[in-house]
Design a protein around this ligand. Structure first.
Ligand code: NAI
Length: 256
């Protein structure tokens, strides 16, 4: 569909599950070379069984590991020109019960990890004087408050702040920086949140799932592919005049 993506080298963090896995698959489907980097991949950078897809174990919160993987990809595959930062975690507790450790974990992975990955990919592009695309998977939690998610919400607000700042700084270099703000997407993370969030409110995961569905004007919760399609668009030439945006992908649940 997007022939310009065929020549891209795309790094997708969190590529082993949920939204990241769908994004990796969508870019591979367009003929891009994809590096799926995830804490749960077993080893160093290596080709996977799917043509054009490489995998690598990466902890995005470890800056040395991020820098080393970006350099390794540059040497063995080519300069990363498109990055989708989807690695993320969430913990659930009311703000007054949130521990320092949980606050730190959300901040380390979601905010600092996204920052490290975008920073090192963008440094490579700036050094090579090449244009590129940075796409963060933020969240509606980057725009609104949600009960029981203080640490996560704060970390995702940080991602949108980073999006806007990097967009302004990198625009003169021809690098666009945007965030996708999904609503309710059916992934392992969402299933865990329903169990933990339900427990906080005395509800079952099924109660929360029904509540989720009732909030979406389009009448269904999202699938990872709904987010992946927007990532393809943001990486494509069609989105060349967009930067610094937080794009809602919510089935109409939010409109601002
Ligand atoms: P998921 O749990 O299915 O996938 C997250 C992936 O990130 C996993 O493969 C995990 O191993 C990886 N990961 C976790 N910590 C990591 C680290 N330190 N380094 C590298 N990889 C790490 O979750 P899902 O739902 O696919 O989430 C993807 C992104 O989308 C996250 O940033 C999440 O906050 C965001 N999001 C998800 C929504 C949803 O409803 N599922 C809604 C809005 C945003």
């Amino acid at each position: 569909m997007f022939t310009e993506l065929e020549r891209r080298v795309v790094l997708v963090t969190g590529g082993a599950s949920g939204i990241g896995a769908a994004v990796a698959s969508a870019f591979a489907g367009e003929g891009a070379i994809v590096v799926s980097a995830d804490l749960s991949h077993p080893g160093a950078l290596e080709p996977s069984s799917r043509d054009g897809v490489w995998t690598a174990r990466l902890d995005v919160a470890d800056e040395d590991a991020v820098a080393s993987l970006v350099a390794d990809v540059g040497t063995r595959i080519g300069l990363i020109d498109t990055v989708v930062c989807a690695a993320g975690i969430s913990t659930m507790d009311f703000a007054i019960d949130t521990t320092a450790a949980d606050w730190q974990r959300n901040s380390d992975v979601n905010a600092k990890g996204s920052f490290f990955v975008a920073k090192h990919v963008a440094r490579g592009l700036v050094a090579a004087e090449r244009p590129g695309r940075v796409i963060f998977i933020a969240s509606q939690a980057g725009k609104n408050g949600y009960r029981g998610m203080a640490a996560y919400v704060a970390s995702k607000h940080a991602v949108l702040g980073l999006t806007k700042t990097m967009a302004v700084e990198l625009a003169p270099r021809g690098i666009t920086v945007n965030a996708i703000c999904p609503g309710i997407i059916e992934t392992p993370m969402k299933h865990r949140e329903r169990i933990q969030g339900g427990a906080l409110r005395g509800l079952t995961a099924e109660d929360i799932a029904a509540e989720d569905r009732s909030q979406v004007p389009l009448g269904r919760t999202g699938q990872p592919a709904d987010v992946a399609g927007v990532a393809l668009f943001l990486a494509s030439d069609l989105a060349s005049y967009m930067t610094g945006q937080g794009i809602n992908v919510t089935g109409g649940m939010t409109m601002h």
